[in-house]
Write a protein that binds this ligand. Sequence first.
Ligand code: GLA
Length: 372
Amino acid sequence: MGWNSWNKFQCDVNEEIIRRMADAMATNGMKDAGYQYINIDDCWHGQRDAQGFIHADPQKFPSGIRALADYVHSKGLKLGIYTDVGDKTCGGRPGSRGHEYQDAYTYAQWGVDYLKCDWCNNDNLNPIGAYTTMHDALLATGRPIVFSICEWGVNKPWLWAKGIGNSWRTTTDIAPCFDGIVDHKTWQQFCVLRIIDAQKPLRQYAGPGHWNDPDMLEVGNGMSQNEDRAHFSMWCMLAAPLISGNDLQDMSPDTLNILVNKDVIAVDQDPLGIEGFVYFTNNAVEIWFKPLDHGDWAMCALNRGTDPQSISFDWKNEKVMDDLSSHNADFASIIYSLRNLWTKQDVGDTSQPLNAEIPGHDVLMLRLQKKM
Ligand code: GLA
């Protein structure tokens, strides 16, 4: 859980912004809710020196990354940085190709705790080889550094990246929109639903320490409150990394309330680390279930459409079986209490049918707990 500069600031990043985001995270409730990493994305780089060592852009980061890491650490937070397997990043800055060990060493010296490694200008490198080299380089530093593979899912990293990275991007970049794509002609960005759909066949590949990454959050970056809530809820149902991507010093109370909802975050951070799945679909509504620790379940009814949808769910006729994890819930024989994770109200139990109306592009999210 953390924050990353890209979705809001793109290449306009500097040490002042990074310090302000660390200040905000440490004091606005996000740190208490579990957010930890402050990640600088592309465009922090200056040049390599005569010995090949990379330096930060002296205009944007005049104090250097080491001082910034010290500052972020002084807030009880951790610092992330960004590179690329190619010789240039997506933003045209120096990439790590041929400098993997030297760069990993530099990051460790600076006190970096997290590395995102991109796939631009890869020059047809073998992705397994390229990311293994950077993995080995990080390991050789002796410093624990989370390794986030950003290969956009093109070479099916879920099949090979466990043991190389701690997470791997599964798709192209997210955009702050709920439905559809953003077409840039040479490349596309996906809106929230498109990304969710791409995760459906991938749940078997993720687990603690090796996660599918459906990309950073767009909460607070322009979608409606309903859409932000649905986006955040579904990332939690997917046990996804929760990397916020908005301006943490300039957000509405509604945005902050979404980002720090501890009940919803607990679904994401559940120790079992099992991704949710679609139990059934009715018109525009998908009913997702996610097995949780101690026999609990999360249920999330996602209204993909723009019109409100009524749902009626008679629990006693339902039996949720997860073949992958062998967790089952037979509502005919076991009664669960229900808590609405967004209204934070207890809403009865599974002995009574559930009737609800879900606004367009919104969710109903419940936690189920076995009754004694
Ligand atoms: C790629 C990545 C993004 C971001 C940019 C930076 O598009 O997928 O997440 O890091 O590069 O240039």
